[in-house]
Design a protein around this ligand. Structure first.
Ligand code: IVH
Length: 584
């Protein structure tokens, strides 16, 4: 399936991108001399890293840190900057210079950590003393889903129909990565992913680059406070990131969720710093003293402490009000700056919450109420036939690109001829209903017959392989068709070599589809065995198409070629099981 994920139309969606400021570029050199005498520099210590004495440095560094974090909060959370960017950059550079001079004084909450830094080799594991559990998902998308949840809560609490309605906190269900932020005495000491709920990964350095997450909490806070929420990427940032990925010749991300996950789980935190991530707080983890009496009170306190909390939330009573919130969010969904996959209802009283407890690792006091998968109309532009590794022919509908369920879809598999002709009665030119939910592969549900143009033809599978021209036969169960060309068919040959090299097979690094295409097209490789006879000269020779021309192009660069040869050699020491699996 080919789904490319960025399309120009999507930029027209009602998504407001935050105006980009230059703050991320403060990594650059120290402030120019002309800025050296700005008013803020006339602060008590004069603000010059070079002239400060070691005993003046701690106070000045603390002052800069506090100031920068306040400006950061005003800019990123409140959206109300109080100083010009140049002023921010100057203070930032001054702090950086001081940290370089006095590394032992650098604080764990320094705003300079927000640009990321050292590359790690892996993530440390973190145990969640209060497990990060999942919530029950209501499968009925209608108002009955909300009623069923309310019914379960009432019955668990032993309430009769005469008892008053239960109060709930209604929230958005973010579609990102659940993250735990641990604050000790108000300082962010550790950030971890949910992992399997009991053990996650330490992503502290990456989380510090998220501008809206406070590094230090002001005011009176419990000695230990774990704030849980979701790390997500806004739609506009996702589209911009994919545009950059494509421009750099890199693979676009499938959806904002994958982009957020890929950005948060980066070994190089300076990469995370360049990907605008957001965090929204929604629940408490470990806390050393009572924090609030209600879930809505927890969120209010989070907001007071400077955490971003979604604006769309409501305290309501009874099941009808839950369903009304579900409807209201559905109507607002497209204009939210981020993707959600439903809403969450939580019993508002934390005392009742405790009483309700958990069953099967799911809280009885909360539930997720999702939305039905999105369906859209699009047109079938053509039906291509693809040849798989085992020679199976698969019809694939080429579609007029549409944005559905968070991605732009260009193709949809049609499985086999029988499905096209008998199940769907689909023809080139037809308008079809396409559905895609979450990570699920896009599926053509049905044809809109009323829109069928005149002169369409019933689809027929080719009688010869579209790649090699060999005869095509039907499988025994008569649904699938296969090319009889075997490894003579370049399509099968390529895919079987890709399979041979795969991680779970021979594990030849650097032998991806592109290189295999080249090797087969250049006639260097016809069977997996040929890989072991490749030479540096053959790999770095000019391509057949450009050989002898004025500007010959090399098949591969010398370094990549040498690496490939080394990993082919390394792969030859393998187990029998892997080898047999590699041969398919
Ligand atoms: S509360 C014990 N609130 O949904 C339940 N979770 O299936 C604590 N999620 O892993 C979670 N939005 O990643 C809660 N407003 C919200 C949420 C939310 C999204 C995610 C979270 C969690 C999953 C549970």
């Amino acid at each position: 399936m080919m789904t490319s994920l960025f399309n120009d139309n999507e930029e027209a969606a009602p998504v407001k991108a935050k105006p980009k400021r230059t703050r991320k570029t403060v990594k650059a050199a120290a402030a120019p001399a002309s800025e050296a005498a700005t008013p803020a520099q006339a602060s008590f210590f004069g603000g010059d890293a070079q002239v400060l004495s070691p005993d003046q440095a701690p106070a000045r560094m603390h002052e800069l840190e506090t100031e920068l974090e306040r400006w950061n909060y005003e800019y990123y959370v409140l959206d109300e900057p109080s100083v010009p960017d140049a002023e921010y950059d100057r203070a930032f550079n001054e702090l950086k210079a001081l940290e370089a001079r006095f590394p032992e004084l650098k604080s764990r909450t320094s705003p300079t950590l927000r640009v990321g830094g050292a590359v790690r080799t892996g993530f440390k594991k973190v145990r969640h003393d209060v497990p990060m559990l999942s919530i029950h998902t209501e499968t009925d998308f209608s108002a009955a889903g909300a009623a069923a949840f309310d019914e379960r809560v009432r019955s668990a609490l032993g309430l009769s129909p005469q008892d008053p309605p239960v109060e709930y906190d209604c929230e958005l269900k973010f579609d990102g990565l659940a993250t735990n932020l641990r604050y000790e005495k108000g300082v962010l000491t550790e950030a971890s992913t949910r992992g399997d709920g009991v053990e996650g990964e330490d992503v502290t350095a990456n989380v510090r680059t998220i501008r809206t997450i406070p590094l230090r909490l002001n005011g009176k806070v419990p000695d230990i406070l774990e704030v849980r929420g979701e790390c997500i990427m806004h739609k506009a940032d996702f589209l911009a990131l994919n545009a950059r990925q494509e421009a750099a010749g890199e693979k676009p991300f499938a959806n904002p969720r994958n982009a957020a996950a890929g950005s948060l789980r980066q070994l190089d935190s300076s990469v995370t710093a360049q990907r605008t991530l957001h965090f929204y707080a929604y629940s408490l983890g470990e806390v050393s003293e009572p924090f609030a009496e209600t879930q809505s009170g927890v969120l209010d306190r989070f907001a007071e402490l400077g955490f971003p909390v979604a604006h769309m939330r409501e305290v309501v009573k009874g099941p009808e009000a839950l369903a009304a919130f579900h409807d209201k969010v559905a109507a607002a969904r497209a204009s939210l700056p981020f993707e959600i996959d439903g809403v969450v209802y939580k019993v508002n009283s934390l005392e009742l919450e405790e009483e309700l407890g958990f069953i099967a690792r799911e809280p009885r006091w909360a539930c997720a109420h999702k939305y039905p998968p999105e369906e859209v109309l699009t047109q079938v532009l053509g039906i291509d036939v693809q040849v798989g590794r085992t020679g199976r022919l698969t019809p694939v509908a080429r579609l007029a690109p549409v944005y559905v369920g968070g991605v732009t879809v260009f193709n949809a598999t049609l499985h086999n001829e029988d499905h096209v002709v008998n199940d769907l009665d689909l023809r080139v030119g037809d308008t079809v209903v396409l559905r895609r939910a979450g990570d699920v592969i896009p599926e053509i549900l049905r044809v809109v017959k009323e829109r069928r143009p005149a002169g369409t033809k019933v689809f027929e599978m080719p009688h010869v392989c579209p790649i090699c021209g060999s005869a095509v036969i039907r499988d025994e169960e008569e649904k699938d068709m296969r090319c009889t060309g075997g490894l003579v068919c370049p399509a099968q040959m390529k895919l079987s070599i890709v399979h041979f090299a795969a991680r779970r097979a021979m594990g030849i690094d650097g032998l991806g589809e592109k290189i295999v295409d080249m090797l087969v097209d250049e006639g260097l490789v016809k069977t997996p065995a040929d890989l072991f006879g490749l030479t540096l000269e053959a790999l770095t020779a000019p391509t057949t198409a450009t050989a002898g021309s004025e500007k010959p192009e090399k098949r591969m660069g010398p370094k990549a070629a040498a690496n490939l040869l080394a990993s082919i050699q390394a792969s030859s020491h393998t187990t029998l099981a892997r080898f047999v699996f590699a041969l398919g």
